[in-house]
Design a protein around this ligand. Structure first.
Ligand code: G6P
Length: 615
């Protein structure tokens, strides 16, 4: 949420900042702005709307400075206006700041600063921090290079809440400062230049070497060197990591939208998630980073999965898969609920979190709460070096490459696949036979080819989407492991098409949602061939009897009565463990094509942001 980019080096800063902002736009797109340090002044340009508006506003201005900061905003405090856009300047014009996070005690600090003569021109919490830094800069006795960093350190000591910041001082032409607590920030180490950014997508075109800042660290970047210390004045030895993502992966290529690109990348993404993770005997999975011996796993009696959004749906699928194949009880909680619920957990519970970004604040807080209570934690994450990846006791990287589209697609199917592999691994540690293990492993290895087939045979889904794009309500229904996919189908449709949609277990439909059924509310049934297939057919009849239109997603060779559904999408026959992944592909395509048909901005749906780093 909110993207930050800072630059110090030999090049003109503004084009580099703007390119970085474009790559971070999925983090927020309410407004964008930048400050460039030049001629001992802080030149600031900011605009509501997309980064392209800012590009036009900057065009024609002579911004030649080689030091700058920039921001793309997802509004928290204060409405979407030019004044509330970042960067924010202190009222004396000395300090410019971009901020991601929430300053909870901003009202008290503001009252204090007003009494000291500082004035404010925005409604944001971030402007308070700009003035507070300026206040400490004024009071600071050090007169050398340390003056600026000391004033930032002192200001941050008074802050309650979360921040990822980049700061400039008009009197410091050779210093770019950054700091974080709760909001991500990385340092990109380039050739004679440094970048600061909320995530690696912003720096990847200039460097693959990065340092992930930890909470309560401050980085001071100069043209030729940088140093990191903590807010409490301890020096930190930076650990430089290498990003394994390539520039192609953060570009659209021939696709009109990242969402489409990422849906079609799924066969490769799933292959990459599995690579090297099956045991030599072919009967189980292997994970390098779980940091638990088989003996320790035998002590685990229960798993608790926590996540947000689409990743929470992946947890629900994990519950079905692990309970079925490993026979270990699983509970699933929204991370935002778990962190405050103080749920009593049984002694031998292991807590799993799932997060594509590894930065979702509620998921991170749930992880920390579980650790505080002494539970062992594991994470499934996509972003290497992310906070959750670093703080969990062990974990599994997804290896699906950067996911840029705000609506999660390839990360979701990979999270399901990895959950199935965890189910296989845990099953083989318990009661799953060698033969059943080989059968499940072989089935999982075949998933990329089956997904590829669904994608290649998707032409008619586009046509179905065209016919259903005018509805304003839709139901998604499925039983067992298809219930989470129904929830995911409804979420996808809501978030990118702005069509009201609900996901329900198909049998629950009779306990309320059936009242919505009419010729104005179609239903999507997820009905692969399982033991409840005939029950689902009965539910479809009930909808048809009430004039509801039905799209059925059903297995190729299932005995699906001719003419029962208005439209049919065929899934290849497959092992039941694969159904959740396979059924996801048509619902992704359906919502994508409906959104395109409605002329909507698929990659940047209104009010949303990809990485939710504020509560
Ligand atoms: C946001 C995104 C979703 C994502 C959720 C959790 O709501 O729009 O696509 O599923 O955050 O994100 P995470 O990075 O923790 O998986």
């Amino acid at each position: 949420m909110c993207g930050i980019v800072g630059y110090i080096g030999k090049q003109k800063a503004s084009p580099i900042l703007l390119e970085g902002l474009k790559r971070l736009e999925y983090r927020g797109y309410d407004s964008a702005g930048l400050t460039v340090h030049q001629n001992a002044r802080l030149e600031t340009v900011k605009k509501t709307g997309r980064v392209d508006h800012l590009v036009r506003a900057v065009d024609g201005q002579s911004l030649s400075g080689r030091l700058g900061i920039s921001h793309t905003r997802w509004a928290t405090h204060g409405s979407v206006t030019d004044a509330n856009a970042h960067p924010h300047l202190s009222s004396d014009g000395r300090i410019s700041i971009v901020h991601n996070g929430v300053i909870e005690n901003h009202r008290n600090i503001k009252r204090f600063l007003v009494a000291q003569g500082y004035s404010f021109c925005s409604e944001t919490d971030s402007e308070v921090l700009a003035n507070l830094i300026s206040y400490h800069y004024e009071k600071e006795t050090a007169r050398d290079q340390t003056r600026f960093v000391e004033s930032v350190r002192k200001a941050l000591k008074h802050i309650e809440g979360t921040f990822g910041i980049a700061v400039l001082c008009a009197e410091c032409p050779d210093q770019l400062l950054g700091a974080r607590r709760g909001s991500p920030l990385i340092v990109g180490i380039g050739d004679g230049e440094y970048l600061l950014a909320s995530d690696v997508a912003a720096v990847i075109s200039r460097t693959q070497n990065v340092v992930y800042l930890k909470d309560n660290e401050i980085v001071a970047l100069c043209p030729d060197n940088f140093s990191i210390s903590t807010i409490n004045l301890e020096d930190v030895d930076p650990i430089v990591s290498r990003i394994d993502w390539s520039i192609d992966e953060v570009e659209l290529g021939a696709h009109p939208h990242f969402m489409e690109k990422e849906i079609f990348e799924q066969p490769t993404a799933l292959e990459n998630s599995m690579r090297g993770r099956f045991a030599a005997d072919g009967s189980t999975a292997n994970f390098g980073g779980l940091n638990l011996s088989p003996q320790e796993w035998r002590q685990v009696d229960r798993l608790l999965f926590c996540a947000c959004g689409t990743a929470w749906h992946a947890c629900l699928v994990a519950e079905y898969l692990i309970e079925r194949y490993a026979r270990i009880p699983v509970e699933v909680e929204y991370a935002s609920e778990f962190r405050y619920r103080n749920a009593p957990l049984e002694k031998n519970t292991l807590v799993f979190v799932i997060s594509q970004s590894g930065e979702t604040i509620d998921t991170l807080a749930a992880l920390r709460e579980a650790q505080r209570k002494g539970f062992r934690t594991l994470a499934i994450t996509n972003v290497v070096g992310s906070t959750i990846a670093r703080e969990a006791d062990g974990g599994i990287y997804q290896h699906v490459g950067p996911e840029i589209g705000v609506a999660s697609t390839k990360a979701f199917t990979s999270q399901i696949l990895l959950s199935a592999m965890v189910a296989l691994y845990l099953g083989r540690l318990r009661d799953m036979s060698y033969t059943d293990g080989v059968g499940l492993a072989e089935a999982l290895k075949g998933v990329p080819a089956l997904v590829d087939r669904i994608l290649r045979e998707n032409g008619h889904i586009q046509e179905i989407a065209r016919r259903y794009s005018g509805y304003e309500d839709m139901l998604f229904l499925g039983r067992q492991s298809m219930f989470p996919i129904a929830l995911e189908g409804a979420l996808k449709l809501k978030e990118i098409s702005y069509i009201h949609a609900e996901g329900y277990p198909a049998a629950e439909m009779k306990h309320g949602p059936i009242a919505l059924i009419s010729d104005r509310c179609p239903s999507v049934f997820l009905a692969p061939q399982t033991e409840t297939f005939h029950k689902v057919l009965a539910n479809i009849q009930e909808i048809k009897a009430r004039n509801g239109k039905v799209i059925a997603v059903a297995s190729e060779s299932a005995p699906f009565p001719e003419g029962l559904a208005d439209d049919r999408i065929v899934l290849p026959d497959a092992h039941e463990a694969l159904h959740p992944i396979l059924a996801t592909i048509p619902v992704q395509l359906l919502s994508y094509y409906i959104a395109v048909e409605r002329g909507l901005d698929v990659d940047k749906p209104r009010n949303l942001a990809k990485s939710v780093t504020v509560e």
